[in-house]
Design a protein around this ligand. Sequence first.
Ligand SMILES: Cc1ncc(COP(=O)(O)O)c(C=O)c1O
Length: 367
Amino acid sequence: MSESRIHNFGAGPAVLPLSVVEEVQAALPNLNNSGFGLCEISHRSPTFQAVVDSAMERIRRVLSVPEDYTILFLQGGASTQFYMTALNLMQPGERADFLETGGWSKKAVVEAKRIGGVSVIWSDSENGFRSVPSAGEYAVSEDSLYVHYTSNNTLMGTQYHDLPDSGGKPRVLDASSDIAGVPLDVSAHDLIYAGAQKNLGPSGVTLVILSPWAMARAQENSDAGRLPTMLDYTVHASKGSLFNTPNTFGIFVLDCVFKWLEENGGLDGSIARNRAKAALLYGELDRTDFWAPHAQVEARSVMNVTWRCADESLESVFLAESAAAGLGGLKGHRSVGGIRASLYNGCPIESVEALVAFMREFAERHS
Ligand SMILES: Cc1ncc(COP(=O)(O)O)c(C=O)c1O
């Protein structure tokens, strides 16, 4: 199986560690010696409850989630969280601030506007979303309830490298494309959400982490009858993420990925590996002016690296030839164009080495 796997640079669903894929393969016919297959077992069974408990405990350990924070496994993707966060946190007449750093944060703004007031206090849309704000480049509104930001901009290849100032207000974070891949101070946030399909597992399960403040806000909205049952954090929390049938497969894979992280140096190990991969690729992009990286240097993402060929007519040739050479998923998102390599947790450094070797050879041939 492993010999025919390509070097996968897709932006999500994305490559998983091979050992995780093999563990999942083994669980499909018989989960943890229960006799039940992974996709055939009740979410109410003790065997599956043990998987949920294990995944939550590992997440708490790896990400240093404070004891009084709630961890949820939900469905509907990060896209549902754009709406659900605002719905649960805001009350009538309230408003929130948003830092707009790319296509996904724009979508978060659109959905939050359905619930309350929204101020976009910083946006880089006129500059093609090449950067993220530094301290002092925006002012948090006095009357905002919280500040929402997107730590890594999957489409544009930009990323915060410092915690954004929230003027003392709660931070709400979309960490879909860099969770467990970069430093993260969970305790500095009141709500974090992330679709699993990049750094954590398959699509169809969304990790949500809530502070006591966020849970209290949700409780007030719930008590006031403002929350549809399935969009109510308190309902899911009261049932340990088993209110309705969850994505059992996805939760199992999540547990395997966090086990793999724990066995490979935890969050620090993951940070070091991701930095090394990114340094290798950016080094090649900076070595010659054959390539034109998209993001401003100080905002470069270690998870999604975006670039163009200086001669853009060569991009389709690059994509076709790289695919033929076993390097997959490199087409850039249409909002930036060009090329994008996603270097999530599951992407081994050998894949980046293969990509860089191919790029060198390609640049020589076409210079
Ligand atoms: C930063 C970010 N936010 C949100 C989303 C949307 O996630 P989902 O497809 O799980 O709704 C994505 C997906 O790529 C993303 O990268």
